[in-house]
Design a protein. Structure first.
Length: 235
């Protein structure tokens, strides 16, 4: 088999979470704050307070909170305006935000000929651009609605979190039959889909989440220099 044949026959489906896994922290709120600094909407602070109050007083629906925040800060923005800020935001992600261990793991999978999938609960206003920048083959994230050329802000998909990530993993398995799945993620809610793949790795997690992962036999690693990163081989 030639090298080009090997590149066309990936050995693994490598699924990466974004926030806290590839990046050191959340990207959604910094994306919104940056937009607000550029546009200075009136009463934005009162709007944010109301959104978080609704979240805390209600069913704590993160998808609804996400939609409310987008609507209060960005609704009515044009595609041109949003795309310009999204490009600037993604281009500004540097070594202070990106985890060196994550970039090394992505590069290792790419060189091995594995198929790279970015699976994130953050929104499609900017996550696909991150996927393109980092060389992912496919990006799955939370969709946001437009009304013509204007941003509307409601969600067009389920919030890609917890059980919804598991459904995405199951859909990926059906579409890529024959490929084993390795997945990397950082939060306690991610344990739901990590338990469903052949080779899970919990990264950059809090001690409580690491302890839970070990009970399920899920290995842990740190990609942000808290301790020495040891890459998992893809063979």
């Amino acid at each position: 088999m030639t090298r080009s044949d090997q590149a066309q026959d990936p050995r693994w489906l490598a699924v990466f979470d974004l926030d806290g896994t590839i990046t050191r922290r959340d990207t959604f709120l910094p994306f919104l704050w940056g937009w607000q600094r550029r546009n200075r909407r009136r009463s934005w602070l009162r709007g944010l307070a109301l959104s978080f109050w609704h979240y805390l007083a209600g069913e704590r629906d993160r998808g609804r909170l996400k939609s409310e925040l987008i609507r209060r800060l960005m609704s009515g923005a044009t595609r041109t305006e949003v795309e310009a800020w999204s490009r600037q935001f993604v281009e500004g992600l540097d070594d202070r935000m990106l985890c060196a261990g994550a970039l090394a793991a992505i590069d290792r999978h790419r060189r091995a000929g594995d198929r790279l999938v970015l699976l994130s609960a953050s929104v499609d206003l900017y996550v696909p651009l991150i996927g393109m920048r980092l060389g992912f083959d496919e990006t799955i994230c939370t969709g946001v609605a437009w009304h013509g050329d204007r941003l509307e802000g409601s969600l067009t998909t389920a919030n890609r979190r917890a059980g919804e990530k598991l459904r995405c993993i199951e859909a990926l398995r059906r579409r890529h039959q024959g490929l084993a799945i390795t997945a990397y993620a950082n939060s306690s809610s991610d344990l739901v889909h990590l338990r469903a793949v052949e080779r899970p790795v919990l990264v950059n997690a809090r001690p409580k989440t690491r302890r839970a992962a070990r009970r399920f036999g899920i290995p842990t690693a740190d990609w942000c220099n808290k301790w020495q990163f040891r890459p998992v081989q893809s063979s």
